[in-house]
Design a binder for this molecule. Structure first.
Ligand code: NAP
Length: 521
């Protein structure tokens, strides 16, 4: 029997008679669940969340951190069940599914630790106090307190677990109730996570709201205390940003969007070096993990022109070992893309790249998938291309959200490579592989304005680091320009989106007595 997924708002599961959407297993195209959208009265639902949020915002960071810890433990106890759902509804291999689910529980645990570290205080102090005039009495201090609104989170289809929890963990620690809306196509995991948390009574009543299907008129009910964080395509991001209510009421908005992330091979990283091995492993992992559907995946591979042939050969050899098929099979190491729409978009994107690049590996992406009925499933094989001549146009402008990357030659100089990376107009992350400290340092300074995060790979780091594609709760996630201009996570930095910074001016002994609290962690 098909599982019926329901939204949860104002403390109850919503029965809706709205249009039904079928959610499928992207490997077999069998229906796995059904969503009946709509049925939420947002004026009522947001009112209930805001009321619950009032008491929640008056708890301490330490108290909310303890709830996050309980949430992480509870979900970890359901790990195998959630991994199974991610395989069935997301086209994930077991490894992909673990990445999503463990990413969710790991981020909750990291913010639980931060809550414990900040401790039993209700506000953060921002910087030292300042004497404002010649009088020693007149003193200023910046503090930050939870906003008295809701945190609305609209998420992308590729990480239904992690994407939801990397936003929720931060907002909940900051003290805001969360309204979460997963992408429809892969909502099964997100639905189950919220169901587990609600049944487990981890958070006070009213703190969690789940919206399945389209958001309806949700945005029209937001106000100036609310925060809206979005992950998805730039087109939807722009639509959200220009929503009349968002503009009129100065709703705080954070956008995480497309990104043409780059990897740069340093000219010194010889074929037999550890730095080079790390580069090859990271490119192949990013092309194939989650079938390339990672916002942080390497799309552009900058290679010194005289090294192109060897890089093409080594990457092709590794890609030849990728077994595409039903991710429920152990021998499969790359599943399908998540939806029929994704499938046609990726195939069309490969065709666009081929206008200016030659295929090195994988043809047009056609592939015979293992373990599925003939003609079923949204499969695309890994495709590696090589820019034909010039600097390219499509490769720097069009994100193909699948197992696809393009080799882009450069002259071997740091400034030349950096200029190519900059043509992507803003990335979530870029990586550089070299043992030349001068090259790494120059690249870091040149790339930083165009990237939210940089990964500097080198021989001594090999074996000690996760690659650039893994988002870590301690480091900021987000990027300028095309990447949405947003910033999430980054430990305590992520809290500030949900807090109101207020300057307090007054008599120093009073300020010291009231706000002589700890500095932000
Ligand atoms: P999308 O089509 O923009 O959808 C993203 C979310 O927005 C979904 O939950 C979608 O709901 C919802 N949505 C669509 N139209 C909306 C509207 N008018 N108002 C409010 N919500 C709306 O993007 P996607 O295809 O799921 O995700 C793929 C893209 O996300 C890629 O471009 C990728 O680069 C980007 N991404 C970025 C990051 C990052 O951190 N920067 C992370 C992951 C993915 P429905 O599913 O119900 O339509």
């Amino acid at each position: 029997m098909t599982t019926q997924l329901r939204s949860f708002a104002a403390g109850r599961w919503i029965e809706s008679t709205g249009a039904r959407t079928l959610l499928v297993n992207p490997a077999t195209e069998e229906t796995v669940a059904e969503i009946a959208a709509g049925g939420i009265d947002w004026a009522v639902a947001l009112g209930a969340a805001r009321t619950a949020g009032l008491a929640f915002s008056r708890l301490t960071f330490g108290e909310r951190g303890a709830m996050l810890k309980a949430a992480s433990k509870l979900l970890h106890g359901h790990r195998d069940e959630l991994i199974g759902l991610a395989i069935a509804n997301g086209g994930n291999t077991r490894g992909d599914a673990k990445f999503d689910i463990d990413g969710a529980t790991g981020t909750l645990a990291a913010y639980a630790d931060l809550g414990a570290q900040i401790g039993d205080v209700r506000f953060l102090v921002d910087g030292e106090g300042i004497q404002l005039t010649r009088s020693v009495r007149f003193y200023g201090q910046h503090i930050a307190v939870p906003r008295r609104g809701v945190a609305v989170h609209i998420n992308a289809f590729n990480f239904p677990g992690w994407n939801m929890m990397e936003k929720a963990a931060v907002a909940l620690l900051a003290g805001l109730p969360v309204v979460t809306k997963p992408a429809t196509a892969t909502a099964v995991v997100a639905h189950r996570i919220i169901e587990i948390l609600i049944e487990g009574k981890v958070f006070p009543d009213g703190i969690l709201t789940l919206c399945l299907g389209p958001v309806g008129d949700l945005l029209a009910h937001l106000d100036g205390q609310d925060c809206l964080a979005f992950t998805g395509s730039s087109d939807t991001g722009q639509e959200i940003r220009r929503h009349p209510t968002v503009i009129a009421r100065s709703v705080r908005v954070n956008i995480e969007a497309d990104s043409l992330n780059a990897a740069v091979l340093g000219p010194d990283a010889a074929r037999d070096s550890e730095a080079y091995a790390q580069f090859v492993a990271d490119v192949v992992r990013d092309m194939t993990q989650k079938t390339g559907q990672k916002c942080t995946a390497i799309r552009r591979v900058m290679v010194p022109a005289d090294r192109l042939a060897e890089v093409a050969e080594d990457l092709s050899e590794r890609l030849a070992g990728v077994r595409v098929g039903n991710p429920a099979l152990e021998e499969v190491n790359m599943g399908p893309v998540a939806t029929a729409r994704q499938h046609s978009d990726v195939r069309a994107g490969i065709a666009r790249l081929r206008e200016e690049a030659d295929v090195v590996f994988g043809g047009d992406g056609s592939v015979e998938a293992l373990g599925v009925p003939a003609g079923k499933g949204f499969f695309v094989g890994p495709v590696l291309l090589k820019l034909r001549e010039g600097a390219g146009t499509v490769v720097h402008a069009h994100e193909v959200f699948g197992p696809v990357a393009t080799l882009v030659p450069f002259g071997g100089d740091a400034l030349g490579a950096a200029a190519l990376v900059a043509r992507g107009q803003g990335c979530l992350v870029s990586s550089v592989y070299s043992d030349d400290r001068g090259f790494l340092g120059e690249m870091a300074l040149e790339l930083a304005p165009y990237n939210g995060r940089l990964f500097l790979g080198s021989s001594k780091l090999a074996g000690h680091a996760v690659g650039p594609g893994t988002v870590l709760p301690q480091l900021v996630h987000g990027g300028p320009g095309r990447a949405g201009g947003g910033e999430e996570l980054g430990g305590a930095r992520g809290l500030w989106f949900y807090l109101q910074r207020t300057a307090i001016a007054g008599d120093r002994p009073i300020l010291d007595a009231v706000f002589g609290g700890p500095k932000p962690a």
